[in-house]
Design a protein around this ligand. Structure first.
Ligand code: ADP
Ligand code: MG
Length: 348
C-alpha cells in the first residue's frame, strides 16, 4: 500500500469514500432495512417482503413489487450520489419521496455482499448485479424475477470489523428491525408487508382497503386495548393536517413506548412534536404516566426540511412554533372532549 507523507492530500478511492459515508447511514442492520423499505415504498410497491437471518447480521432480503429498475440503470442505482428522486437544488426544497440522497445502495454495498435484482415494469427480463464491498460491481446478468426489486444483503460489515464489533446479539438487532418495521407498517396501511426472521413469520399485515380493515390492522400492531380506548382524530388548519389515533387518558403507559408520529409518511424522532403531545395530555394524565398515540402530520413539502441528518430521522419545520401549537391544541381538544365523540376542527 503506498504511504503518503502527512502533508500530501489524495482523493480517497471511491469504495473507501462509500464506506466512510456508510458509517453515517448504516449504523446497524435495522438501518439497512429502513433504507431498503424506503426504496421499496418510493418505487410504488404494494407488497413488501422482508426476510432476516440472524438479526440481519447474516442476511437481509427485501423484495417489492414496485416499478423496478431499468437494466441500463442498475449500475447507477448502486453508485453514490445517483438518484432518480431529485434533480435540482429546487427539488431539494420540497422532497416528496422518502429517499433523495442517492447514497443508500452504494453505502450498503460498500459494507456487505449485495445482490440487486430487478425487473422494470416496461422490460421483459429481470437483471441482476452483485458486489462484494469493493466497488467493482459485476455486469448485469439476466435472471428470472417478477416485476419489482429484490435487494439481498449478506454479511453486513464483513469488511469493516470496527463497525461489526458494535453489533449486539442477533436478538437485540432483530428487535431494532422489528420496531422499525412496525413503524413502517403503521405509516403505510395501504401496503401489505411481511417480516420473517430465521424462516419464521414474525409480522404480517395486509393492505387495508376499508375502515374495518384499517382498525383490524391497527389492532394487530398496537393491540386491542389501545384500539378500544383511543379516539380517531382529524384536524385541519390552513395547509396542515393531523390524523390518526390518540389513546384516552384511561389507556396510559409507564414508558414512552407507544408513541408514533409520522410527518408526511416519514418516520421522525422529533422532540418538539412529542413534547407538544405530552403537553396536550398534561391535564388528563398523572405525573409519570405517558400517552399512547399514532399520529400523522401532513404538511406541504416545502415547509419541511428533510435534509437534516443522513439517516433522515430528523426534520426541520419552516414554522416549528406553529406546528407545535397546532399539534398540542388539536390533541388536547381530542383527549379532553367527552368520550364517544371524535373528529373535529382546530382553529388556525
Ligand atoms: P435514493 O433512494 O436516495 O435515491 P438509493 O441509493 O437508496 O438512493 O437508491 C438509488 C436509486 O436506485 C433510487 O433513486 C431508485 O431510482 C433506485 N432504486 C433503489 N431501490 C429501488 C427499488 N426497490 N425499486 C425501484 N428503484 C429502486
Ligand atoms: Mg433510498
Amino acid at each position: 500500500m503506498p504511504k503518503n507523507k502527512p502533508q500530501d492530500i489524495a482523493l480517497l478511492p471511491s469504495h473507501l469514500a462509500d464506506q466512510i459515508a456508510a458509517g453515517e447511514v448504516v449504523e446497524r442492520p435495522a438501518s439497512v432495512v429502513k433504507e431498503l423499505l424506503e426504496n421499496a415504498l418510493d418505487s410504488g410497491a404494494t407488497q413488501i417482503d422482508i426476510q432476516i437471518e440472524e438479526g440481519g447480521e447474516k442476511r437481509i432480503v427485501v423484495s417489492d413489487n414496485g416499478a423496478g429498475i431499468r437494466q441500463s440503470q442498475l449500475q447507477l442505482a448502486v453508485s453514490r450520489h445517483a438518484t432518480s428522486k431529485i434533480q435540482t437544488a429546487k427539488d431539494l426544497t420540497a422532497v416528496a419521496t422518502l429517499g433523495f440522497r442517492g447514497e443508500a445502495l452504494a453505502s450498503i454495498g460498500s459494507v456487505s455482499r449485495l445482490t440487486l435484482t430487478s425487473r422494470f415494469k416496461e422490460e421483459e427480463a429481470a437483471w441482476q448485479l452483485r458486489g462484494e464491498g469493493e466497488g467493482n460491481w459485476s455486469e448485469p446478468v439476466p435472471v428470472a424475477h417478477p416485476q419489482g426489486t429484490q435487494v439481498d444483503v449478506q454479511d453486513l460489515f464483513f469488511n469493516t470489523p470496527a463497525r461489526k464489533k458494535f453489533l449486539r446479539a442477533a436478538r437485540t438487532e432483530f428487535m431494532h428491525i422489528e420496531q422499525l418495521v412496525k413503524r413502517v407498517m403503521l405509516s403505510r396501511p395501504d401496503v401489505t408487508i411481511k417480516l420473517t426472521h430465521n424462516q419464521k413469520v414474525v409480522r404480517h399485515v395486509q393492505a387495508a382497503s376499508d375502515e374495518t380493515a384499517l382498525v383490524q390492522r391497527l389492532k394487530q400492531l398496537m393491540g386491542g386495548p389501545f384500539v378500544e380506548q383511543s379516539l380517531a382524530l382529524e384536524f385541519e388548519a390552513q395547509d396542515i393536517r393531523l390524523s390518526g389515533w390518540a389513546a384516552q387518558a384511561t389507556f396510559n403507559r409507564s414508558q414512552t413506548d407507544m408513541q408514533y408520529v409520522f410527518v408526511n409518511g416519514r418516520i421522525v424522532r422529533d422532540r418538539l412534536l412529542s413534547y407538544a403531545v405530552k403537553q396536550a395530555y398534561a391535564d388528563v394524565l398523572y405525573h409519570g404516566r405517558h400517552p399512547a398515540y399514532v399520529l400523522f402530520l401532513e404538511i406541504p413539502h416545502e415547509l419541511v426540511d428533510v435534509n437534516v441528518h443522513p439517516a433522515k430521522y430528523e426534520v426541520r419545520f419552516a414554522n416549528g412554533r406553529w406546528v407545535y401549537d397546532f399539534l398540542r391544541r388539536s390533541v388536547r381538544e381530542a383527549v379532553t372532549r367527552p368520550v364517544g365523540v371524535s373528529g373535529g376542527h382546530a382553529e388556525a
